[in-house]
Design a protein around this ligand. Structure first.
Ligand code: HEM
Length: 439
């Protein structure tokens, strides 16, 4: 990776200004530095290595996009002595605006002590903006500022508004105090613009990333709630039947042997039903990570077509390329996917229905289509078909397609369904070309 840094270290240049911050905010210097130093420590603490790498890559791409170069950092470092005497007034103005606006004022729950601390953090943030090396830790620290603001419940719009205020303040001070030529001034203002826009982009990414993560968490929780309700419903039925039969057997001690047997068989059947529910849930909830190996789709499909009990008169067309088609995946899990899709096609067709199974290679990868000419689904049913515990079958758990979707997601493959009432349904799975295993 290549980072655009100008010579000179941040530490040296900040320490030289110790006295000014100290005097302005009446606190020891190490607290002023806390903003920069702690942000680095805390900021990276919650982030995984892959998060850090992603942020570093994003930051580099954005730098290239806005045309940020080492010269920009040199210009900012040169301008810092002009900005530095105004940091106090800029910071004061920044927090005065926050305290005036009810929506931002309500976020400050720690009163004047918190404000005093925040002022120091912002001063350190500004010092870094003008002086720090733009390396991976810098990107992580600045991204973390966004994350911190999501955490405190601040709407992203206010960060943009505050940034605008800061930008105008900085530009005004630079314009007023500039002693050099107009060209250098323009270049410096452009460098400042790029720097602030990069900050906003990182903060924005932190907001988006954190919102997405929270949404996924909420969806997971909602699914757990939905599944828990479904289990209760699915198990209540067999348990009620078992309870009734046990009650009968206890009460009627000299029941005729035929009736006794009937009840015992009923109990056995319901225990099997309950086991089926638990096995389906287990598959869904404890799906292990796929262990990938080359999977021969044609062979797998032929075996499954042989295993499945089809309705009388079903016509099956299996169209495969001449050469074996293999994809990289978990043999057992891809087997579950294909079995579920074939079983759905079987359940959708009536007698003498047709199921067409096609495997095709394309530039993008491998496509598997399973099409039936059965009853099809209404748009409402289609929209919910992959939701866990949604089923239209009298004896279904509603986990089949949810499992299909989850397995394919974990394989990086895509899955979609097309359906029309009375015409039939097509299930389409696309494995990307990188997933193709060696034949
Ligand atoms: C340009 C916009 C802003 C910048 C550059 C900025 C900068 C920072 C920095 C550097 C931190 C410390 C992050 C850390 O914990 O490492 C922080 C925290 C925080 N900021 Fe901002 N901020 C901005 C806008 C705002 C706004 C508009 C509010 C409005 C209430 C706000 C409220 C806070 C609060 C409450 C914290 C948590 C501080 C604590 O730990 O008590 N910030 N900000």
């Amino acid at each position: 990776m290549r980072w655009y840094n100008a010579p000179g270290s941040l530490e040296k240049s900040i320490v030289l200004k110790e006295v000014k911050f100290h005097e302005a905010f009446q606190v020891p210097w190490h607290v002023v530095c806390r903003g920069a130093v702690c942000a680095e420590r805390q900021g990276v603490k919650g982030l995984s290595q892959s998060d850090l790498e992603r942020i570093a890559r994003l930051y580099q791409r954005l730098q290239t996009y806005v045309g940020w170069t080492a010269a920009d950092l040199t210009r900012l470092r040169t301008a810092w002595p002009l900005v530095e005497p105004h940091v106090t007034s800029l910071v004061e103005d920044f927090y005065a605006a926050i305290q005036r606006e009810p929506e931002t004022a309500r976020i400050i729950t720690g009163g004047s002590q918190q404000i005093a601390r925040l002022k120091l953090t912002l001063a350190a943030w500004l010092a870094e903006l003008f002086q720090a090396d733009r390396d991976a830790p810098y990107a992580a620290r600045r991204w973390f500022v966004g994350y911190r603001h999501v955490d405190i419940g601040l709407q992203a719009e206010y960060v943009s508004a505050a940034m605008s205020r800061l930008r105008i303040g900085l530009v005004t001070r630079l314009l007023a105090d500039w002693k050099g030529n107009a060209h250098d001034l323009m270049e410096t203002l452009a460098a400042l613009d790029r720097a602030l826009d990069l900050e906003l982009a990182l903060i924005d990414d932190a907001y988006q990333t954190e919102y997405r993560r929270r949404l996924q968490q909420m969806e997971r929780l909602a699914t757990i709630g939905q599944v828990a309700g479904g289990i209760a419903h699915e198990l209540r039925n067999p348990l009620n039947v078992i309870q009734t039969s046990v009650y009968y057997l206890k009460q009627v001690r000299d029941a005729p042997p035929q009736k006794r047997n009937n009840h015992l068989e009923r109990i056995e059947r319901q225990v099997r039903n309950a086991e089926r529910v638990i096995a389906a849930l287990n598959d869904y909830a404890r799906l292990p990570l796929p262990v990938c190996e080359p999977v021969d789709l044609g062979r797998c499909l032929r075996d499954l077509i042989r295993d499945i009990q089809w309705r009388k008169g079903t016509v099956i067309h299996l169209r495969l390329p001449d050469e074996p088609v293999t994809v990289s995946g978990d043999q057992r899990q891809l087997g579950v996917v294909m079995r579920n899709l074939l079983a759905n096609a079987r359940d959708a067709i009536g007698e003498n229905g047709t199921v067409e199974i096609v495997v095709e290679r394309s530039a993008e990868g491998v496509e598997l289509r399973i099409r039936d000419d059965g009853c099809g689904m209404t748009p409402e049913v289609l929209a919910k078909a992959c939701d866990p515990l949604f089923t239209t079958k009298p004896r279904g758990m509603g986990l089949g397609l949810a499992l299909v979707r989850m397995i394919l997601q974990r394989h990086g493959a895509t899955f979609d369904l097309e359906s029309q009432v009375g015409q039939g349904t097509t299930a389409r799975v696309r494995f990307r070309s990188t997933q193709e295993g060696s034949p």
